[in-house]
Design a protein around this ligand. Structure first.
Ligand SMILES: O=C(O)C(=O)C[C@]1(C(=O)O)C=C[C@@H](O)C=C1
Length: 275
């Protein structure tokens, strides 16, 4: 992907985070069409030969298997939920080494939060038998949320390199001061602006646009009627409670190991730092 083609900078990473907001809102709207269907999250509820996990885990394993073959998970911004995935059938790509080598993967924690805290606020309770559709939307939602929170690694790297705060990060990392690192990387103004923007976006994207309420040529604003596709506070609340905190946890975790690698800017390493 072309995100890594040029020098990483915090403004450029933040632009990507803003772009991801749209994908995340739409993923939530898509999942909200279906009931919670909690049976898809229960291990062994649907019997699949040779598979002991939940229906969602089964679907993830199958989809991620295909994606692994086309080397999705060799990209430094993509992390699988499943284990033991097949090797790529395509030759390896040489990504610029923008991150220090690391094995940080927060998907297990994300999956737990998604099932127990996010699905219940996004979807109506109950079972509508749309298991395949609901789980397919879950996979898409989880993949985009995972990409978002693991972007914390790029944010952290950009912040660490910033001359202004560099020495402070180094001292806090040496002291293993998680709380201090968390405070230094937190930018309340950015978070507040993000939450305000998300509320506005969710309000607009979440409404049905009425064909007859105006058109582009008349310059009239179209105005949605009736029930929104998703309550407009839900996505902002989800960001505030889970998405931003998880991104920050990834940032702290990444920084805690950052001094082990000094100036690692070696071209042509794979994601795990092997040649
Ligand atoms: O933009 C940043 O500086 C980030 O670290 C990302 C992020 C976020 O998750 O959106 C996280 C922590 C900051 O307090 C602000 C925003």
């Amino acid at each position: 992907m072309n995100f890594f083609d040029s020098e990483l900078s915090l403004p450029k990473i933040r632009d990507e985070l803003v772009r991801l907001e749209d994908s995340i809102i739409f993923a939530m709207i898509e999942r909200a069409q279906f009931a919670q269907n909690t049976n898809i999250y229960k291990k062994g509820h649907f019997k699949v030969d040779g598979f002991n996990g939940s229906f969602l885990e089964y679907l993830l394993q199958e989809i991620e298997g295909v994606h692994a073959k086309v080397r999705r998970y060799t990209s430094p911004d993509e992390y699988p939920f499943s284990k033991n995935l097949p090797d790529p059938i395509l030759p390896p790509l040489q990504y610029p080494q923008v991150l220090a080598p690391n094995n940080i993967n927060y998907n297990e924690k994300l999956m737990h939060i998604y099932i127990n805290n996010i699905v219940p606020i996004i979807c109506k309770p109950g079972d509508d038998s749309n298991y395949g559709s609901a789980a397919t939307k879950d996979v898409e939602a989880l993949q985009i949320l995972s990409r978002r929170i693991h972007f914390g690694k790029f944010v952290a790297e950009a912040k660490f390199k910033d001359a202004k705060d560099h020495d402070q990060y180094v001292s806090l990392i040496k002291a293993r001061d998680r709380e201090g690192i968390m405070q230094l990387l937190t930018n309340h103004a950015v978070e507040e602006k993000l939450l305000r923007r998300l509320r506005r976006k969710a309000l607009v994207y979440g409404q049905e646009i009425d064909d007859d309420a105006g058109d582009a040529t008349s310059g009239q604003q179209t105005k949605g009627q009736g029930q929104p596709r998703i309550p407009h506070d839900v996505v902002a609340d989800m960001y505030e409670k889970y998405v931003i905190p998880l991104t920050k946890e990834v940032e702290v975790e990444y920084l805690l190991h950052r001094l082990d690698y000094g100036n690692f800017q070696t071209k042509g390493l794979t994601r795990n730092g092997t040649q």
